[in-house]
Ligand binder design. Structure first.
Ligand SMILES: *[C@@H]1O[C@H](CO)[C@@H](O)[C@H](O)[C@H]1NC(C)=O
Ligand SMILES: *[C@@H]1O[C@H](CO)[C@@H](O)[C@H](O)[C@H]1NC(C)=O
Ligand SMILES: *[C@@H]1O[C@H](CO)[C@@H](O)[C@H](O)[C@H]1NC(C)=O
Ligand SMILES: *[C@@H]1O[C@H](CO)[C@@H](O)[C@H](O)[C@H]1NC(C)=O
Ligand SMILES: *[C@@H]1O[C@H](CO)[C@@H](O)[C@H](O)[C@H]1NC(C)=O
Ligand SMILES: *[C@@H]1O[C@H](CO)[C@@H](O)[C@H](O)[C@H]1NC(C)=O
Ligand SMILES: *[C@@H]1O[C@H](CO)[C@@H](O)[C@H](O)[C@H]1NC(C)=O
Ligand SMILES: *[C@@H]1O[C@H](CO)[C@@H](O)[C@H](O)[C@H]1NC(C)=O
Ligand SMILES: [Zn+2]
Length: 564
C-alpha cells in the first residue's frame, strides 16, 4: 500500500516536473503563476544567489567575438525580446534572450566628436579603433573631416582586427550589409567618407586618389595581411560598370576605373552563394571572401520567404566562421559579426523588419555560444554584444500583457486615445515618412501592422527616420567581461577587448605572457596554462538554467512532502 502510494507520487511528481520545467524553460504562455507573491520572491532570491556565486573570469581571452547590432538601442532590445517570445507563441515580455544571459552589462555613450546623435562610421571607429571621430569618417582620428581627403592624411588609426593579426590570430568580418558599409569598413579601412565605397566618379574619383585616398573596396582586397574570412553583401563596388553581376545579369558593377578588384587583387578564394559556402572545406588557411548579394543582403524575413534564394542567414554565417576558425587554428581568432539591417528596418519605420532582424541577430549569438561550449572554448572566448547607436524608436501605450508587439494597445479602458478615442499603435517613431498618419477608425482597422510594408506613425516628417542619441547596451561574457560595466565611453570597448586578449597597446600589460613566449605553435598551450593558473575558478555559468534547476528542486521537495 505504502509502496503503491509512493510509486504514484513519484509518477505524478515526474509528470509535474516535466510540465513545470517545460513551462519555466520555454517562457510563459499565460501569467497565472505570476499572481503569487511567492513566485516573484523565489525568483528574486535565486537571482541574487546566482550573482553571489559568480567569479570574475581573468583568463586571457584567446578568442574575441564582437556582435554588433546596428541601431540596436534599448527599446529595440526590449521590443525584440517580446517579438522573439511571441514568435514562439509565448506572451513575450518574460522571454529570455541570448544576449541577456551574458554575465555583465553596461551602457555606452555613443556621441561623435562633432555630433550629439552619431552615425555608424564614427561610432565603428570608436568601438573598433578605440578613438572617437567626426561623423561619417572611418578608421581616422578627429582631425579628418568628412569628404576632405587632405584632412585625413596622417590621421589613420588601426583597428582591433589589425591588433589581433599582429598577435597571430585569425580574423574575420561578417555582416548582413555590404561588406564595404560603415561598420565592417572600420575594421580594415581608413577614409574620411563612408560613402567612398567604390571608385565611382559620382562620389570618389581621380582627385581623391591624387590627394592620397583609396576607395573602401580597394582597401579591403589589398589589406595586409589579408583578412582570413569575409562574409556579407555588396559585390557591386568590386566590379567595373561594364561587367554584369554574377547573380543578377541586368545589373553591372559600379566602378568607373575598369578594375575587377577580386580578380586582380584578392589573394584568396571567392564564393557568392550558400551552396559554395557549404562545399568549402573547413579550416583551409587560404583567405575566403563570400559576397552573397549585389547590394546589402536580404532581410531575414524575406530571405526565408524566397525559395530560390541561396544566401546564408546570419546564424549560418556565424556557425561557418566559428567552425572554420576552430578547425584551422589553435591560436585563437577575432570575429566581428554585424546584424546590420536592424538599422535599415528602423530607418524605413518598418518595425516588422527591424524586430525580425533583431531576432536573427540574437539567434546568431546563441548559435555562437552553443558551438563554443560544445568545443570547450567558451571560457576562453570573450563575447561582447553592443550597438553603434540607437534609433528614435519607442513602444508603449499600456497594452495588455502579451499584446502583439507590432499591433495596437488594447488595455481595457486605456485601449484608446482620450483625445481622438482611437486605438494607439504600440510602436511609433520620433520622426520618419509616415508623419501625421491618418487616424480615422476605418483607416486604422484596415492596417495590417504585421506586414513588412506597414509604416509606423511618426511625430515629425522626415524621409528617413533618424538615429537616436540615447546610450546603447553593452553585454559581455567570458574573460574580463567584468570590465564592461557601468556607463562607458564607446571607444573604451576596443581597449577593453584588447586588454582582455593582450592585443595592441595591451600586449605587455601585467598578466600577459611575455612576447618571447608567444610564437604561435608553442603559445597556445603556454598561454592557456598561464591563464588557467591565474584564474581562481571558471566563470559562473548560465544563470537562468541554474535558477530553473533550483526551482525544480524546491518544487520536488514540496511535492515529495505532499505525496509521501
Ligand atoms: C580640407 O582639409 C585641409 C586640411 O585640414 C584644409 O586645409 C582644407 O581647407 C580643407 N578643404 C576644404 C574644402 O574644406
Ligand atoms: C592610411 O590609409 C590609407 C588607406 O588605406 C593608405 O593609403 C595610407 O597609406 C595610410 N597611411 C599611413 C600613413 O599608413
Ligand atoms: C552593362 O554592361 C554592358 C557591357 O559592357 C553594357 O552593354 C550595358 O549597357 C551595361 N548596363 C548598364 C545598366 O550600365
Ligand atoms: C578594361 O579592362 C579590360 C581587362 O583588363 C580590358 O580588356 C578593357 O580593354 C578595358 N576597358 C577599358 C575601357 O579600359
Ligand atoms: C553542408 O550542408 C550539410 C547538410 O545541410 C551539413 O550537414 C553540413 O554541415 C554543411 N557543411 C558546411 C561546411 O557548412
Ligand atoms: C477597447 O477594449 C474593450 C474591452 O476590451 C473592447 O470591447 C473594445 O473593442 C476596445 N476598443 C478598441 C477601439 O480597441
Ligand atoms: C479615413 O481614411 C481613409 C484613408 O485615408 C479615407 O479614404 C477616408 O476618407 C477617411 N474617412 C474619414 C471619415 O475621414
Ligand atoms: C499578427 O501577428 C500576431 C503575433 O504573431 C498574431 O497573433 C496575429 O494573428 C497576426 N495578425 C494578423 C492580422 O496577421
Ligand atoms: Zn543608420
Amino acid at each position: 500500500m505504502v509502496n503503491r502510494i509512493k510509486f504514484q507520487g513519484i509518477l505524478l511528481l515526474n509528470i509535474c516536473l516535466l510540465i513545470i520545467s517545460n513551462f519555466v524553460n520555454a517562457g510563459r504562455t499565460d501569467w497565472s503563476v505570476e499572481k503569487s507573491a511567492a513566485f516573484w520572491n523565489e525568483q528574486a532570491r535565486l537571482s541574487i544567489e546566482e550573482i553571489l556565486q559568480r567569479r570574475d573570469n581573468t583568463r586571457i581571452a584567446k578568442n574575441v567575438i564582437l556582435f554588433l547590432g546596428d541601431g540596436m538601442g534599448v527599446p529595440t532590445v526590449t521590443a525584440g525580446r517580446i517579438r522573439k517570445g511571441q514568435m514562439k507563441n509565448q506572451l513575450g515580455e518574460d522571454y529570455i534572450t541570448e544576449m541577456e544571459q551574458f554575465q555583465h552589462l553596461g551602457l555606452s555613450k555613443t556621441y561623435n566628436i562633432d555630433a550629439q546623435t552619431p552615425d555608424s562610421a564614427a561610432t565603428a571607429t570608436a568601438y573598433l579603433c578605440g578613438v572617437k571621430a567626426q561623423l561619417g569618417t572611418i578608421g581616422v582620428d578627429g582631425r579628418a573631416k568628412r569628404q576632405n581627403c587632405t584632412s585625413s592624411i596622417g590621421a589613420n588609426v588601426s583597428s582591433i582586427l589589425s591588433w589581433a593579426q599582429q598577435a597571430g590570430k585569425k580574423v574575420g568580418v561578417i555582416t548582413t550589409t555590404r561588406i564595404t558599409h560603415a561598420t565592417p569598413a572600420a575594421s580594415y579601412a581608413h577614409t574620411p567618407d563612408r560613402d567612398w565605397e567604390s571608385f565611382n566618379t559620382k562620389t570618389f574619383g581621380i582627385k581623391q586618389v591624387e590627394d592620397g585616398c583609396r576607395d573602401i573596396s580597394y582597401q579591403l582586397v589589398t589589406h595586409k595581411p589579408p583578412i582570413d574570412l569575409i562574409l556579407g553583401g555588396g559585390r557591386r563596388s568590386f566590379y567595373p560598370n561594364s561587367i554584369s553581376d554574377v547573380e543578377y545579369p541586368t545589373l553591372n558593377g559600379t566602378r568607373t576605373d575598369n578594375r575587377s578588384l577580386i580578380d586582380e587583387y584578392w589573394p584568396g578564394s571567392f564564393i557568392w552563394n550558400k551552396k559554395q559556402m557549404n562545399k568549402t572545406i573547413l579550416g583551409t588557411t587560404k583567405p575566403l571572401m563570400g559576397l552573397f548579394e549585389y547590394n546589402h543582403m536580404l532581410y531575414e524575413t524575406d530571405r526565408i520567404k524566397i525559395k530560390e534564394n541561396d544566401d546564408p542567414s546570419l546564424s549560418e554565417m556565424t556557425k561557418f566562421a566559428i567552425e572554420h576558425f576552430l578547425t584551422m587554428e589553435r591560436n585563437g581568432f577575432f570575429l566581428l559579426i554585424e546584424g546590420g539591417k536592424i538599422d535599415h528596418g528602423h530607418h524605413d519605420t518598418k518595425p516588422r523588419y527591424a524586430l525580425d532582424e533583431y531576432v536573427e541577430f540574437d539567434n546568431a549569438i546563441g548559435q555562437a555560444k552553443q558551438l563554443l561550449k560544445e568545443k570547450g572554448v567558451l571560457d576562453d572566448t570573450l563575447l561582447v554584444v553592443t550597438a553603434d547607436h540607437s534609433h528614435v524608436f519607442t513602444f508603449g501605450g499600456y497594452s495588455n500583457r502579451g499584446s502583439n508587439i507590432l499591433g495596437f494597445a488594447s488595455s481595457e479602458s486605456l485601449n484608446v486615445s482620450d483625445i481622438d478615442q482611437l486605438p494607439i499603435n504600440i510602436i511609433a517613431y520620433g520622426n520618419g515618412p509616415n508623419y501625421r498618419s491618418n487616424r480615422n477608425a476605418t483607416y486604422l482597422a484596415s492596417l495590417n501592422t504585421n506586414s513588412t510594408e506597414y509604416l509606423s506613425p511618426t511625430a515629425q516628417p522626415n524621409q528617413d527616420e533618424t538615429h537616436g542619441g540615447d546610450d546603447v547596451p553593452v553585454f559581455a561574457h567570458g574573460p574580463w567581461s567584468h570590465l564592461f560595466i557601468g556607463t562607458m565611453e564607446q571607444h573604451t570597448i576596443a581597449h577593453k577587448m584588447a586588454y582582455a586578449a593582450c592585443w595592441g597597446a595591451y600586449t605587455n600589460r601585467n598578466g600577459c605572457p611575455s612576447l618571447a613566449n608567444r610564437t604561435p605553435a608553442t603559445t597556445a598551450t603556454t598561454t592557456a596554462a598561464a591563464a588557467r593558473a591565474a584564474t581562481a575558478r571558471p566563470s559562473g555559468g548560465i544563470n537562468l538554467f541554474h535558477q530553473f534547476n533550483l526551482i525544480e528542486k524546491v518544487l520536488s521537495f514540496l511535492l515529495i512532502l505532499i505525496f509521501i
